[in-house]
Design a protein around this ligand. Structure first.
Ligand code: TXA
Ligand code: MG
Length: 348
């Protein structure tokens, strides 16, 4: 068994590339969350991902590809890169790649013939994105393939946003496997990429399968077409699995301004609030509660969301209450993860 974190300053790109060519698993930093990566062209390596995550083999993986080096013609570059993995690259995909890649957007396209069934989950589409993290970009640019990578957590658990989270996740289940975790620091976006399905453009138009920090409004600005949101798709994606990011402690959402006596409990609870902490502490000074501030900036909330949920879950609270989030598209990715966490919480 071997699982280890390599500190940033000790990472050697060629060594990592060699390991990937040998079919090893590498945990890579991205701007969203850490990924559990393997060569997208190597079925033996891909199988290791499913085994280690304990993930059903019919759940498709995202292929991570390199962005162009500075001197390249960007449109031509994306066209040729996407054509490696997709048999049908619509102009909207190129426009979105130019606008948002490298960045937290995954685009679903019709797959090309040689994409492995392990990547597609046996479906006729493939998910692709170019992540924005300098280290991972260097690896992808040195690799003559793509990296298939789901989030580096065990199936059904909160995604990791630090190298240590990945270590903690797999240390007890690593068995005979080898996992090298590249420490690229904490993830800057903090929740997984927006997933946009462009594989059914003619029939249903563009569809968001998983909201993220690139919003439907951002996408609309580039492709000028109304975007649908599809929570009940027959297509397999983690958006379809409610309760996917579940803490063990019971989690609720409630406007903390409107809390009353009955919301407090016999044991300590944790409350995450947009409200004024001093006033709240004073108002509820007799209650068993720890207060946590919720920043107004959705980017900051997303960046810290999973870390906060992990931290709160370790405190042994009777329950955790999360303030109600604003009803605006920039919050929809965060709302989505929170709703899932609430749905699956307290069941362990
Ligand atoms: O930000 C992210 O997207 C991170 C980082 C590591 O890139 N990755 C990630 O992967 O969140 P994962 O596997 O945990 O979630 C990707 C979701 C899965 O629910 C998968 O089912 C869906 O994307 N997906 C992948 N390919 C798909 C396809 N062809 N059609 C529909 N959904 C797809
Ligand atoms: Mg995941």
């Amino acid at each position: 068994m071997s699982i280890r974190i390599i500190p940033k300053e000790e990472i050697q790109i060629q060594d990592v590339v060699d390991r990937i060519h040998h079919g090893e698993l590498i945990a890579i930093p991205t701007e969203t969350v850490y990924g559990l990566a393997a060569d997208a062209m190597n079925d033996r390596a891909l199988k290791k991902i499913f085994r280690l995550k304990n993930r059903p083999e019919n759940h498709p993986l995202i292929i991570h590809i390199a962005p162009p080096k500075k001197e390249a013609d960007v449109s031509l570059f994306w066209e040729s890169q996407l054509s490696r993995w997709s048999s049908d690259v619509p102009p909207q995909a190129i426009a979105l790649a130019k606008a948002f890649w490298p960045g937290p957007l995954t685009i679903i396209l019709k797959k090309s013939r040689d994409v492995s069934d392990l990547v597609t989950g046996g479906q006729n589409t493939v998910g692709i994105r170019a992540p924005r993290h300098e280290l991972t970009i260097q690896i992808l640019q040195a690799l003559d393939s793509g990296l298939a990578a789901p989030s580096a957590n065990r199936y059904g658990r909160i995604s990791p946003t630090t190298a240590q989270d990945v270590f903690d996740e797999f240390e007890s289940v690593i068995g005979e496997e080898t996992l090298t975790i590249l420490d690229g620091g904490p993830c800057l976006v903090g929740i997984e990429s927006t997933i946009l399905d462009l594989s059914r453009l003619d029939e249903v138009g563009p569809v968001i399968l998983r909201p993220g920090m690139i919003t439907s409004d951002d996408i609309l600005t580039i492709i000028g077409r109304e975007i649908a949101t599809d929570r009940h798709s027959e297509i397999r994606h983690s958006g379809g699995v409610l309760g996917h990011y579940a803490p063990q402690t019971l989690l609720e959402s409630k406007k903390t301004e409107l809390m009353n006596d009955a919301d407090f409990m016999s044991n300590k609870i944790g409350i995450v609030t947009f409200g004024n902490m001093e006033e709240l502490q004073k108002k509820w000074s007799t209650k068993l509660v720890d207060w946590y501030p919720l920043p107004q900036d959705p980017n900051v909330v997303a960046q810290n969301l999973y870390g906060l949920l992990r931290e709160l879950d370790k405190k042994g609270y009777q329950k955790i209450v999360f303030d109600q989030l604003p009803d605006h598209s920039i919050w929809s990715g965060i709302q989505d993860r929170l709703s899932r966490a609430i749905y699956g919480s307290g069941q362990h």
